[in-house]
Unconditional design. Structure first.
Length: 555
């Protein structure tokens, strides 16, 4: 179905190849997970599969790529449209129409399908993704996660023989991600669909794949069955974080408490060693317990709705305090991004109040709040307009009148922190999705505001970069500032957040310490917590949230 034969590709204007001598054979009906560090070549590999490389993204190439019998150099992208369904990293790059129904129908209309078939396919795609109520919704009224679902629905409506998914769950809450992955798995198993899935958070998707390919520096460094690949990644990570259950299996084996093959599914792990973990101690040796500082942001009975009349926030009351890393979680469309945009004054309350250091945001300009509250948007393209990465970061510092020598130090520091030194003079919008995400982060982090609000900041980041970012954010809080992390990344929250604010349909449904909130949630339950369910024998489930919890339980 798909053959890469000693294929290399270098984008026009770039010195280093994005792909280096890749040889890969994906058979019909396979389900392949492609992972690796940010900038490793994953998105470029995806663009080869529908001819965007080399016809849209020009450059120098050698070798050969054949997809469903078509050589990508000899056939135009339009010839792949009915064969290869593609969902990009950023859903807004492929949403064309003004409302959901028209967008899903667009590809079908271009393929010349009859109206009755189009109507049927649109409805089926909406149902598969659980979004039938969004059928006539304007695109600009949707959350980032909802736009992701619309892009997925449009790709599935074409009924391709190959489905290519570039970080498809990056903006989906855990339940929506699980439902989507199960839909794809059904299409794969019953319809013979060939699936190529790119994903950093492999704990979400590994158990659906039959094979894992790791790209690092543009080269294939691992190509094995799922179980064998996860075992190899324990010894040589290549910037990839393995699922918690795989790490725990290794540590249990080293402690002599368990032997056998490494589990790759929750049910398998629960059956094999959930009882071992839960029978251990629940005493924590060390856990960061910061003393909350003064309140920096106060939200009181906040209500807001968009012009379409859809309520986004309904009576939200919350606070942001110094020294705290606050995670805001909730399902897609629950109001997380709307709340974030109230924290820096981009949106003004319809009812209720938001105060930043005592100042009511209704009477303050966004620019006056910018020095106190920095917001990193969900879509990095909303930040990027300069000609180089360095200019992008310097713009904010210049606006805040940071002295030139101090600005230079901050630029150097943030480029090093986020692994962006080699891109200092590159055009930001020409880089990968993960790299653009880091640049957007850098442009805000460099200003060092009292409150840093990050909307899905780990999207597109590899494991090592994500861990480096979280270490920085914890230090940021320890320095007397605050971080508001809006995310679906349950494992990151379980390890690093101090407090969790959980939203549902625009309302606060829980607010408290991360262990308490996550252990009470069926949707936002970490993997380790899910494994020990049923084995607790009266112990509180909040004792088991992370890999460290599992290790400490039996050592």
């Amino acid at each position: 179905m798909i053959q890469f034969e000693d294929f290399s590709f270098t984008y026009t204007g770039q010195h280093d190849p994005a792909l280096r001598r890749v040889s890969l054979d994906i058979g019909e009906g396979e389900y392949v997970l492609v992972t690796g560090p940010s900038g490793g070549g994953k998105s470029t590999l995806c663009r080869c599969l529908n001819g965007l490389v080399p016809h849209f993204h020009g450059g120098a190439l050698s070798g050969r790529v054949v997809v469903d019998g078509l050589d990508i150099t000899a056939h135009q992208p339009r010839e792949f449209a009915a064969r290869v369904g593609m969902v990009f990293q950023d859903p807004e790059n492929q949403i064309i129409a003004s409302d959901v129904e028209r967008d899903i129908a667009f590809g079908l209309e271009n393929l010349g399908m009859p109206a009755d078939i189009i109507a049927q396919r649109v409805q089926e795609s909406l149902d598969m993704l659980g979004i039938p109520l969004l059928r006539r919704a304007p695109i600009d009224s949707l959350s980032g996660g909802e736009k992701q679902k619309v892009a997925l629905a449009a790709a599935l409506a074409v009924r391709p023989s190959v489905l290519v998914l570039d970080e498809p769950t990056s903006e989906l809450d855990p339940q929506s991600a699980r439902e989507f992955m199960e839909t794809v798995a059904l299409l794969h198993s019953e319809g013979g669909l060939t699936v190529v899935l790119v994903e950093h958070r492999i704990e979400r998707v590994a158990d659906y794949s039959t094979r894992i390919v790791v790209l690092d520096g543009g080269s294939v460094v691992v190509d094995e069955s799922r179980r064998a690949a996860l075992q190899l990644l324990l010894d040589e990570p290549h910037g990839v974080g393995v699922p918690p259950m795989v790490e725990v299996a290794r540590d249990l084996r080293m402690a002599g408490l368990w032997s056998g093959t490494t589990p790759t599914e929750i049910d398998e792990a629960r059956e094999r060693f959930g009882d071992i973990i839960a029978s251990g101690s629940t005493e924590r040796r060390y856990e960061r317990k910061p003393t909350p500082g003064p309140t920096l942001i106060e939200v009181q009975d906040l209500h807001f709705q968009y012009e379409n009349g859809r309520p986004a926030l309904q009576g939200v009351t919350a606070s942001v305090r110094a020294n705290e890393l606050l995670a805001v979680m909730g399902r897609n469309g629950s109001g997380k991004t709307t709340l974030a945009r109230h924290l820096n004054g981009l949106l003004k309350p319809a009812h209720g109040r938001v105060t930043v250091k005592g100042a009511d945001t209704r009477h303050a300009s966004v620019s006056s709040i910018a020095g106190t509250v920095g917001l990193v948007f969900q879509n990095p393209n909303d930040h990027l307009f300069a000609d180089t990465v360095e200019e992008e970061i310097r713009f904010t510092l210049k606006h805040l009148q940071i002295p030139e020598d101090e600005a230079g130090r901050r630029v150097d520091d943030v480029l090093a922190l986020l692994g962006l030194e080699q891109y200092r003079h590159h055009y930001p919008r020409g880089l990968s999705g993960g790299e653009r995400q880091r640049i957007a982060l850098a442009s805000v982090v460099a200003a060092r505001p009292d409150v840093l609000v990050l909307d899905e900041p780990t999207r597109g980041l590899g494991h090592e970069l994500k861990e480096e970012l979280l270490r920085f954010l914890i230090g940021y809080c320890d320095a007397g500032r605050a971080v508001v992390l809006i995310t679906h990344d349950v494992e990151t929250v379980a390890r690093h957040a101090d407090r969790v604010l959980l939203l549902d349909e625009g309302r606060v449904v829980d607010d408290g310490p991360r262990r308490t909130v996550l252990s009470r949630s069926e949707v936002f339950r970490p993997e380790i917590n899910a494994i020990v369910q049923g084995h607790l024998r009266g112990k509180k489930s909040e004792a088991f949230m992370t890999i460290d919890d599992a290790i400490e339980a039996f050592i």
